[in-house]
Write a protein that binds this ligand. Structure first.
Ligand code: ZN
Ligand code: ZN
Length: 350
């Protein structure tokens, strides 16, 4: 099923023609849980990984989450999500609740039994001390999304991250791989998984993506890419909408799309925009990929695709298909060098 963003409720370039020059195409990914293969673009799906290439591992130091006494295994994460899905809309059984309590065991509840079910998994709690396998987060084929802009010869981007936070870093550590998919004939069949993760919040559900190009304009509050006079005029326009009860707002409905997306403008809001420069060549950095905790929230219903507007409640929530929770409903924004994608990238928590 494709996904179709409703037409924006107003054409902002009629009121502000100067915004036309700032229009950018982003590709909304519309991830939804479903079967994916290495041949597909995906969030949290298997990668087209060369069989003869070592899997990336993180050699940082890893600890349990604050206030937690366990690091769940991937099997635990899957079990937890299966229980959440199975028990949606009814009371959990005692066994289900005890199992969830074990997986999410925290030090505030030391009397909770840690090995209720299944016993074998309990032995896996604890944080790995060896470098751990990184988790696939995104695999994006250029054929599915024109806003990807891979380096010459490449047509595929693979993004992995470490499922533990490090020190006081707000973002998860990522590694990017640009590839020519046609050159990969022998694909790694058994992909390594981390022995444990810091939190199930950092494990994306395997999701199909439904790429859709949309037009974005930069955020005005805080402003990026525009002078203060235009930002102020947009603020006044927004306030007039509010006073006239038009309920069409530049900030939430006409500028940057919510959710996971490729390219476009960065979803600033928690912090003021910063100008990022490539540490290799000094060129400006462009938004590459937004990994979001939710696809929409209470302020941006107008972005809900037509196909999801009558989606039944369930687990995962239709607005949180990836199962990711980054900070407090935050986003990890990846930026890439505008001159040469091979120069490296920057992650910010937005
Ligand atoms: Zn790590
Ligand atoms: Zn550069």
């Amino acid at each position: 099923m494709t996904r179709t963003t409703p037409r924006r409720p107003a054409d902002i370039t009629e009121a502000f023609p100067q915004l036309a020059a700032l229009a950018r195409t982003a590709t909304r990914l519309h991830p939804r849980p479903g079967p994916v293969t290495p041949a597909d673009s995906s969030i949290g799906g298997p990668l087209l990984w060369p069989a003869d290439e070592p899997w990336p591992r993180c050699d940082g130091s890893h600890e349990c989450a604050f206030g937690s006494s366990t690091a769940p295994s991937m099997a635990d994460v899957r079990l937890l999500r299966d229980i959440e899905a199975d028990s949606y809309g009814r009371d959990r059984t005692e066994l289900e609740q005890a199992t969830i309590d074990r997986i999410l065991a925290d030090t505030l509840a030391p009397d909770k039994p840690l090995d209720v079910f299944p016993v074998a998994l309990a032995a896996e709690r604890g944080v790995p001390t060896e470098p751990i396998a990184m988790l696939p987060v995104a695999q994006l084929y250029a054929r599915d999304m024109p806003s990807l802009r891979p380096p010459a010869g490449a047509d595929l981007l693979q993004v992995l991250w470490c499922p533990f936070s490090h020190d006081s870093e707000l973002t998860l550590r990522t590694r990017l791989f640009w590839r020519a998919s046609g050159e990969i004939t022998d694909v790694l069949a058994e992909q390594p998984e981390p022995e444990a993760v810091q939190s199930e919040d950092f494990v994306p559900n395997a999701c199909r993506v439904h790429p859709e190009p949309v037009i974005e304009y930069p955020k005005a509050f805080p402003a990026e890419g525009m002078d203060s006079a235009l930002a102020e005029a947009l603020r006044e326009w927004d306030e007039a909408q509010y006073e006239n009860a038009e309920e069409v707002f530049y900030s939430s409905e006409l500028s940057v799309a919510p959710g996971c997306k490729v390219g476009g403008w960065a979803p600033w809001g928690r912090t003021d925009p910063v100008t990022l420069s490539c540490t290799t060549c000094g060129a400006p950095m462009d938004p590459l990929l937004t990994i979001a905790s939710e696809e929409w929230d209470g302020t941006d219903y107008s972005w809900i695709p037509y196909e999801d507007q009558n989606a039944a409640d369930g687990y995962p929530d239709p607005s949180e298909p990836t199962g990711l929770m980054l900070g407090d409903l935050g986003k990890q924004q990846l930026f890439i060098c505008s001159a040469d994608p091979a120069h490296g990238h920057i992650d910010l928590f937005l």
